[in-house]
Design a binder for this molecule. Structure first.
Ligand code: IDP
Ligand code: MG
Length: 153
């Protein structure tokens, strides 16, 4: 099982798409191991987007990501990093595959609704920026386990 860092970006939060985007992730069968709404500060943005510092779009990217809250999530499942990138679609929604989150919910690259780590190392790094280890939930007892335990007294 692999973990990836996913964020629902300010444009999608503002447009009331939190539920629809989380539904796509749950429908795929992935487990949400951590979730919170946070206001990204400039310091957090600089850590998250360190690889883009100095690029022409960086100042606008920071203004956007700090503009209103995001939903930060740790998503867990088989091949989660690559599978979530596929579910999200390409960076530019105009080139994203039909049926992907970016293709279906956004129109332009600057406001493309969702972030997902681009590799296992980025995932580990980004999860550590947004979550403390104790904020990630490990214990998932199934309903059948709970009911069996109740029957057994
Ligand atoms: P990714 O989000 O698909 O991993 P990155 O290249 O890591 O794409 O870029 C991070 C974010 O910065 C993108 O999701 C997009 O919102 C924004 N971005 C990237 N390239 C450009 C650009 O050329 N113009 C405007 N925004 C960009
Ligand atoms: Mg990226």
């Amino acid at each position: 099982m692999e973990r990836t860092f996913i964020a629902i970006k300010p444009d999608a939060v503002q447009r009331g798409l939190i539920g629809k985007i989380i539904t796509r992730i749950e429908d795929k069968g992935f487990k949400i191991a951590g979730l919170k709404m946070i206001q990204v500060t400039e310091e957090i943005a600089a850590k998250h987007y360190a690889e883009h510092i100095g690029k022409p779009f960086y100042p606008d990217l920071v203004k956007f990501i700090t503009s209103s809250p995001i939903i930060a999530m740790v998503v867990e499942g088989e091949n989660a990093v690559a599978a979530m990138r596929q579910l999200m679609g390409k960076t530019n929604p105009a080139n994203a595959e039909a049926g992907s989150i970016r293709a279906d919910f956004s129109q332009e690259m600057s406001y493309n609704s969702i972030h997902g780590s681009d590799g296992p190392e980025s995932a580990e790094r980004e999860i550590a920026i947004y979550f403390k280890p104790e904020e990630l939930c490990e214990k998932w007892q199934t309903m059948s386990e709970i009911m069996k335990a109740r029957l057994e007294g």
